[in-house]
Design a protein. Sequence first.
Lengths: 219, 219
Amino acid sequence: MKPDYAVYGILDPSRCQGRPLDRLAGEAADGGVTVFQLRNKTGSTREMVRQARAILDVTRPRRIPLLINDRVDVALAAGADGVHVGNDDMAPEDVRRLLGDDAILGLTIHSNEEAQADNVGLADYFGVGGVFATASKNNPDPPIGTDGLDVIRRVLGRHAAGRPVVGIAGITAQNAASVIAAGADGVAVISDLFMRADVASAARKLTSAVRGALGEESS
Amino acid sequence: MKPDYAVYGILDPSRCQGRPLDRLAGEAADGGVTVFQLRNKTGSTREMVRQARAILDVTRPRRIPLLINDRVDVALAAGADGVHVGNDDMAPEDVRRLLGDDAILGLTIHSNEEAQADNVGLADYFGVGGVFATASKNNPDPPIGTDGLDVIRRVLGRHAAGRPVVGIAGITAQNAASVIAAGADGVAVISDLFMRADVASAARKLTSAVRGALGEESS
């Protein structure tokens, strides 16, 4: 079954108000999140593997994929469903070779130039952005906006047809519909899920906005 | 063929005065270094894989093993010979499972307690220390000295007989003989190799001290 990238929650231990990631994953899943990524840019490898395993205990019974940001070793050790990589992370060719064809490989795309790279076809989906300004990541580049997302999506459509596009950066329940209207198949969210006091409620609001914009009923 | 751990050079991009790691590996190998470790605690995954591949281009034709500190993903992507892990890194059980029995697995041991852990038998060799004070690593624990190394070596001898013990931290051509005299099979060195202007010459001095203390001719 192909994953549903509509509501993509990024679990970052530095953006969860100190709450356990596995508990937040459960609450977010209750609210409709369809795929998770674990992003830990500062922790030790042992900590990341432990976090991935704890989240998988929650996501696996629900058949929700968990992807690991950058770290193929953590994905392999914990048995996660795949890896998401950006420019400084392991090259997509290496990820695909190490994880095999069944694993999910996500690729961050910031520009039209990146969207035309030879290796975009290795990805299963694309994280496109940063769409809006965000507090979750030090991002030296200006936001591309929904217009920029639309352009990149079209370029990707020519080079890697059929792969879902997920908007990322600064996306909330309030602006998610505009990202979907610009052609995204889903939205990746950190703060408007995991910096909220009531994660399940935040997830329901976000899911409702995304499903509405996709022309689907919120389940 | 079992690796020779006598002269173990740790290549750390933050402790090489900005010189290319592959060039330093070649110079150190010329001076007698028998095994290398790449340790990069701050770089991106893509950078680490690139560094590992560059070093392997130098070490592989010479049949000198290259181990990667902590990062199984980097070792797998670059085709390195193994991984060295400490307390915060991937657990030895996971490393062994992911890399297989033919890969080299090194384990850092700081205390008698660690030397008696159930999983020490998974390792191919041990890095024991910190033997002396060092500028190469923020180490909160006091040095164990050559006496501490000798005690740990005996404990390991009961729990994981036959595996080489490599002393680490603050070891130089001047004090290497005392580490070997305390029962180490080799010494792991950063600064007295890679912070020296003439790495090949520094490696020859270190190798001579180690080989002399081991009762071998320096080759």
